[in-house]
Ligand binder design. Structure first.
Ligand code: ADP
Ligand code: MG
Length: 575
């Protein structure tokens, strides 16, 4: 929590203003009972109306000043709190944007979202509370005690006993509520998790008819949270009436003892009134201090989670003196590359060496989990190799700026991701400056123009969040168009034809061939028919290269390839 406070620095002036304003407000609050006691003891006692009006006027002015200070102070403290959290959110967001896929694997996307939203809000709320009470509450307690003692020492001693009882009671409740709030937070997290999983997986849940099971799972988490919330609120419900009860009890005690003191002639009526106000002030201040301390553990847990993100060092960074490619040809070369995912048991890739030349098609084939996606993800430097090197035009990708590398790559990921917006926006995403003709051309090649024109609004049709309103194959074709429009020197198609029917697949590859003449093309595929025509086929098996060559060469030399071919051709033969 403390460490995050350095982001308050730009607002130092405002923070000081808030503290000073709240301080002045507290001073007025401390001073008012003293004037009141004078009005009673001097003005009312002697029947001096002028004095009463004069002092009353002063009281009004002081109270007015106090009120204005309180209003401005509250406004400024909210402003500081909000600006602070805005800066922090910005900080976390830019940090996360620079993360490599490794960090996303580590923290999880949804956790990064809660850290940017909910956790920062928690910190912000406590910050605002603290700002408002920083000087004010201690001043009210200490000042209140001094002023009370000044009225009557004996009465003050009696009150101390009441205060001690009061304090133990508050601390007890605060401790208990902190614990309950803690469990409540955990249960809320749990509920979020269940809900998120259920909502994203709704299709699967429906398909497998597990709605009942999921419902009980949700209900359980929901009831669990409700139980704890009710407990907390019960505690809070008792708290307020009890506080008021104790305060009123205190007033009775003060009046009781005060009346005796007045009879003895040791105390004036006005002083007694002032005394009561001070006692109330002290009690309020104490309550708020303790409540603040009760809030802090929650906020500091949140602060810790936020700090974790800010402190994380992305392990893929641009070199200090990057080499810039002047004439991009797009030759890709793997030199004895091995790779292992963080925390994985065995390497996903072992000793991969090959080179993919411009103007040629290099295909990668292999079973699921053989490391195909991992291999192509190393080219844009989504991950860093563990040994060996990945070169583009003879330069190690670790020596280039990530932006430069990715600029020359048109990647069609295995899982087509579209953004909410229109069809046109999604295609042009690949190259913002594209003209309308270029966009339509890209769609044409990707075999997307047909289904786009069949949509009611054509290129202006709306794609919903995550592209759920179009089919898998349509999504793939749009994401292919998005890559084509960039006219990059390296094309990477990661299993991008899998959701297409054979006819569209063939038509698309034919159209592509004319389009990507002198680019380097890397195609990952499961189907033999998709790779047969390639200049070079790499056969991956369990992260290792089982063979490399043309279709013909591999048929005679590579056992794994033969197996793949025979299994698929017979399947198609049956079909
Ligand atoms: P393919 O694309 O050939 O189906 P992948 O390259 O996706 O295979 O995966 C290769 C291996 O690496 C698999 O065993 C998979 O479990 C593992 N793997 C893939 N992605 C990750 C990841 N982000 N973290 C850890 N292991 C992963
Ligand atoms: Mg894959």
């Amino acid at each position: 929590m403390i460490k995050l406070l350095k982001y308050l620095k730009p607002y130092t002036g405002l923070v000081i203003a808030v503290v000073v304003l709240m301080f002045i407000q507290a001073m007025t609050e401390l001073y008012l009972p003293a004037i009141m006691s004078d009005i009673i003891d001097i003005g009312v006692a002697s029947g001096d109306t002028n004095f009463i009006f004069k002092m009353g006027g002063i009281m009004l002015i002081i109270a007015g000043v106090g009120t204005i200070c309180a209003i401005v102070g509250c406004y400024l403290s909210s402003k500081v709190g909000m600006s602070f959290s805005r800066d922090l959110r910005h900080k976390v967001f830019t940090k996360v944007e620079n993360f490599s896929l490794n960090e996303f694997d580590q923290k999880g996307t949804s956790s990064l979202i809660t850290r940017t939203t909910n956790d920062i809000t928690q910190v912000q709320n406590v910050l605002i509370t603290i700002l408002k009470m920083l000087l004010r509450a201690p001043l009210m307690v200490i000042g209140g005690i001094i002023m009370a003692v000044a009225q009557d020492i004996k009465l003050s001693l009696a009150i101390i006993i009441v205060l001690v009882v009061f304090l133990t009671f508050i601390v007890f409740i605060a401790k208990k509520s902190v614990k309950l709030y803690d469990t409540m937070q955990k249960k809320l997290d749990k509920l979020n998790l269940v809900l998120r999983e259920r909502l994203t997986g709704i299709r699967v849940i429906r398909a497998f008819n597990t709605m009942k099971f999921e419902k009980t799972r949700f209900n359980k988490a929901n009831l669990d949270l409700t139980d704890t919330a009710i407990k907390v609120n019960k505690l809070m419900a008792i708290l307020l009436p009890l506080l008021i009860f104790i305060m009123n009890l205190t007033i009775i005690i003060v009046f009781w003892i005060g009346a005796i003191r007045i009879n003895e002639g040791a105390l004036l009526v006005g002083d007694l009134m002032a005394f009561i106000q001070y006692t109330m002030g002290i009690m309020y201040a104490l309550t708020s201090i303790i409540m603040m301390f009760a809030l802090i553990p929650r906020a500091s847990a949140s602060a810790k989670r936020v700090k974790e993100v800010i402190d994380m060092q992305p392990n893929i960074m641009d070199p200090e003196q990057p080499i810039r490619l002047i004439n991009k040809k797009g030759q890709v070369e793997f030199k004895d590359v091995s790779f292992i995912y963080q925390g994985a048991e065995k390497p996903a890739l072992r000793h991969i060496s090959f080179s993919a030349k411009p103007g040629e098609v290099t295909a990668i084939i292999g079973g699921t989990g053989s490391g195909k996606s991992t291999l192509v993800n190393l080219i844009p430097r989504f991950y860093d190799v563990v040994s060996g090197s990945v070169l583009i035009d003879g330069i190690d990708v670790r020596q280039m700026r990530q932006e430069d590398i990715r600029e020359s790559i048109g990647l069609v990921p295995q899982k087509a991701v579209l953004f909410s917006g229109t069809v046109a926006e999604n295609i042009v995403f690949g190259y913002k400056k594209a003209t309308k003709e270029e966009m339509m051309h890209a769609a044409e090649i990707a075999q997307a123009s047909e289904f786009i024109s069949s949509m009611k609004k054509g290129y202006n049709a709306i794609i919903s969040q995550g592209g759920t309103n179009i089919s898998g194959g349509q999504k793939q074709r749009l994401s292919i168009a998005r890559a084509l429009i960039r006219k990059p020197s390296i094309y990477i198609f990661d299993d991008s034809f899998s959701a297409l029917d054979f006819r569209t697949d063939a038509k698309l590859r034919q159209a592509l061939q004319k389009e990507i003449l002198d680019s380097t093309v890397i195609i990952v595929a499961q189907r033999v028919t998709s790779v047969m025509g390639a200049d070079r086929i790499i056969v991956l098996d369990n992260g290792e290269m089982a063979g490399i060559g043309t279709h013909k060469e591999l048929l005679s030399s590579c056992e794994v390839y033969r197996e793949i071919v025979s299994s698929q051709l017979s399947e198609e033969g049956i079909a």
